[in-house]
Design a protein around this ligand. Structure first.
Ligand code: ZN
Length: 161
């Protein structure tokens, strides 16, 4: 499912609301700073992103059918990890400033400028909805290294069964 294109949400049902609340809970417990629905087994376009993690009061926001509608020309390379790819981190380049559009749980369409870490988390989570993992964005050398390590772990897990 992590490799699928997640489907658009056409109606905010009770189920969607519950999914969003569960995801915030899962993210807090992990702990993580962002989460996409496909990571919890639901192939729909819903993400939670922690806004303002550089500030005193970081807050999780639910974004439905999120889109990146503009970005600046600056990229920044930073170390990233992912709850779905445990024990692996890598340096990924992301736009430093973006304009996004999304729907809130109340059904309102919002447009906002995001920058810094919030912009990075958004781009990471949006990738999940398109079946892209951060390891796909690593340099080829690092990617091969990660793949070998994951394969080895898979083999040892199989052997332990
Ligand atoms: Zn992730």
């Amino acid at each position: 499912m992590l490799r699928e294109n997640a489907r658009e949400i056409s109606e905010i049902t009770q189920g969607i609301r519950r999914l969003a609340m569960d995801m915030i809970e899962t993210m807090r417990t992990a702990p993580g700073i962002g989460l996409a629905a496909p990571q919890v087994g639901e192939s729909v376009r819903l993400i939670v992103v922690t806004f303002g993690i550089e500030e005193d009061s970081p807050r999780p926001r639910v974004l439905i059918n999120p889109e990146l509608i503009w970005h600046n020309d600056d990229v920044e390379s930073c170390e990233e990890g992912c709850l779905s790819v445990p024990d692996v981190t890598g340096v990924v380049s992301r736009w430093t400033e973006i304009r996004i559009r999304a729907m809130t749980l109340d059904g309102d369409t919002i447009e906002e400028i995001l920058s810094g870490w919030t912009a990075r988390i958004f781009q990471h989570e949006l990738d999940h909805l398109d079946g892209i993992l951060f390891i796909d964005r690593l340099s080829r050398l690092k990617r091969d290294l990660v793949k070998r390590r994951l394969k080895k772990r898979l083999r040892s897990e199989t052997a332990a069964m």
